[in-house]
Design a protein around this ligand. Structure first.
Ligand SMILES: Cc1cc2nc3c(=O)[nH]c(=O)nc-3n(C[C@H](O)[C@H](O)[C@H](O)COP(=O)(O)O)c2cc1C
Length: 208
């Protein structure tokens, strides 16, 4: 039997090692590796920077049975280099009729609902290029899915390895949104102080 292949596309400018997208995607990829999949990871921002890197990323997508797209929500959509890469896939219909797509997306606002438009974009993309839509996991700042991230990704990895769509999991609040916002405000104030702009957080330099 030929080995099934899973490709992780990391769509954060912070890279594979340092980003939340890379770390969560890496855990999901590990669950597939443990189930006998051949695995590969590509940093999308690096892939779109040179023609050679783009060709090799597209070849990896063409060979994949399963593509995990793991990214941060940017302005209710995907970071621009991810859109550029997906446009190349769509133009060539790379992996049409072969690949399945799973979206792992997380955002900075408290609610996972913020990711709804991006999930719909991914589902529509899969339909347009002939990839099988396997669902997505959308994470907000204060929500969990009834277990640790590792447990949830293990559950999803098991379904994906069996060729099934990911289970539809209901989000639960891990902390109140106001507490998350208060923590965020502390972080912004600390960063402003470190950068010498503590008194300027409400500045509107382009107003005049
Ligand atoms: C340019 C930019 C746009 C963003 N847009 C949104 C947004 O529309 N909604 C949201 O909830 N978070 C937004 N965020 C927050 C990121 O989605 C969030 O910080 C994410 O956890 C970063 O993941 P990463 O470590 O994988 O890059 C944005 C961040 C940046 C830098």
């Amino acid at each position: 039997m030929t080995e099934k292949r899973a490709l992780l596309l990391v769509g954060s400018p912070r890279g594979i090692e340092k980003s939340t997208s890379g770390r969560l995607g890496g855990h999901l990829l590990d669950t597939l590796k443990a189930r006998g999949f051949g695995t590969e990871q590509v940093h999308v921002h690096a892939a779109v920077r040179s023609p050679d890197a783009l060709e090799s990323a597209l070849a990896a997508a063409a060979a994949a049975d399963l593509v995990i797209l793991s990214l941060p929500l940017y302005v209710d959509s995907f970071p621009a280099p991810v859109i550029a890469f997906l446009e190349n896939v769509a133009e060539r219909r790379t992996g049409a009729g072969r690949a399945g797509l799973f979206l792992l997306i997380q955002c900075g606002f408290p609610e996972s609902e913020q990711n709804a438009t991006a999930l719909a974009i991914a589902e529509r993309f899969a339909a347009e290029v002939g990839w099988r839509w396997l669902g997505g996991l959308a994470l907000g700042g204060v929500e969990t899915y009834g277990g640790s991230a590792h447990e949830v990704l293990e559950q999803i990895g098991k379904a994906l390895a069996e060729g099934k769509p990911a289970p539809d999991l209901a989000a639960k609040k891990a902390m109140p949104a106001w507490l998350y916002r208060a923590g965020g405000n502390i972080m912004w104030r600390r960063m402003a102080k470190q950068n010498g702009v503590a008194g300027k957080l409400r500045a509107r330099p382009y107003e005049d």
